[in-house]
Design a protein around this ligand. Structure first.
Ligand code: ZN
Length: 220
């Protein structure tokens, strides 16, 4: 079992399901040749995929195109189902920064065949997390800068203001389909600039006022 890391909080919370949003920034949907969706695109990652800032991403040998995706991650702190706007906002107890590491070559192949993305999105170390900042310590403005660099070169540089679906809309939508529980995390999608990383690369990511991630890519 994996447990969350918090800033200023010693509570032990096991990580539940990780629900991820695809194509939540128009410029990123465009760079991968996709339409901007009418509803959020949803996929899952298991908690066993989690590592934390400072640990290494292990590059699977069966892929030649490992991509970084830097994202705002919502921490769900209470159970919620069929949420109203108010309930959705209340269920979000904090925020962190996350990397949704993706095997783009596998994903493209699955997309062509109409197969699930599961194995492109789920592998050990495919979810890199920072520390969760609770709302009592910081209230999200919605205009925080989000960026990622590889070996010191900026690759992703945007603002969470560019998200198509807001955190409240995302929590409402997911909670109409499945109950969200304390310990669940929601990856809210990545801005444009996703690119390939190889073993030896050092990734540094930052979400303004929330946190940073430092990791490097390695072969097993
Ligand atoms: Zn993503």
């Amino acid at each position: 079992m994996k447990y969350l890391k918090f800033k200023n909080n010693s509570e032990e919370v096991a990580i539940g399901k990780m629900v991820c949003i695809g194509r939540n920034y128009a410029a990123h949907a465009k760079e991968l040749g996709n339409e901007v969706p009418e509803f959020p695109i949803i996929f899952l990652k298991p908690a066993s995929n989690v590592i934390f800032s400072g640990e290494s991403v292990i590059h699977p040998k069966y892929s030649n195109e490992l991509h970084h995706e830097v994202e705002l991650v919502l921490y769900i702190g209470e159970d919620v189902k069929n949420a109203t706007d108010e309930e959705a906002e209340k269920a979000i107890h904090g925020y962190t920064i996350g990397l949704d590491m993706t095997l783009r070559d596998l994903q493209n192949e699955f997309r062509k065949k109409g197969d699930p993305w599961t194995l492109a999105k789920c592998f050990d170390t495919a979810a890199v997390l920072g520390e969760v900042v609770l709302k009592k310590d910081y209230s999200l403005k919605g205009s925080e800068k989000i960026s990622l660099s590889v070996n010191g070169t900026v690759r992703q540089n945007s603002s969470i203001a560019n998200m198509i679906f807001s955190p409240v809309e995302i929590v409402k939508y997911i909670s109409q389909r499945m109950t969200l529980e304390k310990g669940d995390l929601i990856f809210t999608g990545t801005p444009e600039g996703v690119s390939k990383v190889v073993p030896g690369d050092k990734i540094q990511a930052e979400l303004e006022n929330i946190g940073t991630i430092l990791t490097q890519v390695k072969f097993a």
